[in-house]
Design a protein around this ligand. Sequence first.
Ligand SMILES: [Zn+2]
Length: 100
Amino acid sequence: MLLLGTVTSAELIAPDLTPDRLLLRLFHEEGVRVFTPLELSFACRCSRTRVETMLRRFPPEDFEDMKQADGGLVVTCEFCNERYGFNDAELAQLQPRLRH
Ligand SMILES: [Zn+2]
């Protein structure tokens, strides 16, 4: 971190000083290894099947608080905001002991 503190603003924005060269300039004595950059992309592993598996694990009594006025329920993935809706009949298949 001490070495990193010696970098000037001019060096950070110098067009001819690539990040790799800056790293080598600062840390050549430590040994620098730069990995191939990976492109990042957002992806969520949620699926309707996963949500169904999760809903099957709930005790039937817990559904009373989760169900909406029409008897269905909506599960929203907190990672990607995808919404999975289940109507009364679909819930009955997932939870045969559920009261209707
Ligand atoms: Zn998701």
